[in-house]
Design a protein around this ligand. Structure first.
Ligand SMILES: [Zn+2]
Ligand SMILES: [Zn+2]
Length: 195
């Protein structure tokens, strides 16, 4: 299994969100087995956060392959399923970071209000580092509510015909074409269309 350091190298920085994604991906691989070389493992992330990068690196579920689906509900929920059966797990983050002391609370308030002085930035960085370490060390059951699930699997990535947009002439994957009056247009051309 890939290490957290490898995930950080891909993502560019170490952060609490990445740690959550790392732990979710680890839990999925422990229960469901191997990293996905092709499309045998499917991940559905209900947000668009740093966590998604850890899932791509560890599980081999990637946007490009189509076995990473983003349903951006702004929720810290991750579902993993195996093809072809659909057996899998759903992980919802339940972890609460330990309460802040008065001093740290005051620093967060200054940071939220736009204070980026050295003192504040150093403290915020330290706090994020502590939070990340706590996430990396926590027990899986402290981090997630875990449910076993069985499907339904999302549709497999498909190959479609390419058709030229009637306005710009560029090729478009067929289901993405939009019918405007009698013309089939790409999305940007359809959005700019004014008769
Ligand atoms: Zn990040
Ligand atoms: Zn067009």
């Amino acid at each position: 299994m890939k290490t957290f350091e490898e995930v950080v190298r891909f993502h560019g920085h170490a952060c609490p969100g990445l740690a959550f994604g790392f732990r979710a991906a680890q839990a999925a691989l422990e229960r469901l087995g191997e990293r996905s070389r092709d499309e045998e493992l499917v991940a559905i992330a209900e947000n668009r956060s740093c966590a998604v990068d850890a899932i791509q690196v560890l599980c081999g579920c990637t946007l490009g392959k189509g076995n990473l689906i983003i349903n951006d509900y702004g929720k810290q929920v991750y579902t993993f399923m195996k093809r072809p059966g659909g057996q899998g797990i759903r992980l919802a983050v339940i972890w609460q970071s330990p309460p802040e002391n008065e001093e740290t609370k005051a620093l967060w308030q200054r940071f939220s209000a736009g204070d980026t002085s050295k003192e504040v930035m150093r403290a915020i960085k330290a706090r994020k580092g502590q939070k990340m370490q706590a996430i990396l060390k926590a027990k899986t059951v402290e981090l997630f509510k875990i449910e076993d699930i069985n499907g339904p699997l999302p549709e497999k990535a498909r190959v479609y015909a390419s058709i030229r947009c009637a306005k710009c002439g560029e090729k478009v994957m067929e289901p993405k074409l939009m019918k405007v009056e009698e013309n089939f247009l790409c999305v940007p051309c359809a959005e700019q269309y004014n008769p």
